[in-house]
Design a binder for this molecule. Sequence first.
Ligand code: PRP
Ligand code: URA
Length: 210
Amino acid sequence: MGTVHEMKHPLITTHLTMLRDQTTPSSMFRPLVRQLTYPLVTEATRDLRTEAITVTTPLTEVEGQRLSDRVAVVPILRAGLGMVEPVLEMLPEAEVWHLGLYRDESTLEPVSYYNKLPEKDPPDVAMVLDPMLATGGSATAAIGELKAWGVQRIKLLCILAAPPGVEAVVNEHGDVDLFVCAIDKHLNQHGYIVPGLGDAGDRIFNTRAL
Ligand code: PRP
Ligand code: URA
């Protein structure tokens, strides 16, 4: 059974407040997304399997651990790209598989435009990265694509969510764990999270005026 983890921490709240501020430029927005991703990864990897190894310190031998799960990191283009680097800093051996999905602005339905997932040998664990979970259409479609590959353990890491998106994930993929910095109040009539932070992709890539 999947779980919803809403992170509660004063550093997360303060970073999130700066991220929400419309005067925060892309040059500051990107490092804030990275900083908010670190605690999500720490929490989402809590149940990864490890195996014992022995290393020698300058003083003696000691038994330690190394990860034994094969982990895939799956950013949803474009905005999920902003979360890849901090995940790879913490999981340098992880594979990165991209999924291209955008929301049709009139129907709010996800449109898939890039999927090169292989047909066999799924990883043990996949971590889907997308800062925004609004209606949940994009995330549930991405999770569906990973399940079609055969991935059994899927985690969704988001910066902000709205209640309809959380509900969609729980209802359609009740086995998936969701890790999110904050769950906001609602969606507006255009499907934007309120109070939210605006368009995450545009703010990461500085394409707001286009
Ligand atoms: C944003 C966001 C999610 C999606 C969330 O992407 O990064 O992928 O919207 O909305 P949903 O939960 O209603 O599907 P967008 O479609 O703006 O594409 P972009 O990342 O390329 O800007
Ligand atoms: N996508 C975004 O980037 N922001 C929202 O508020 C909703 C979807």
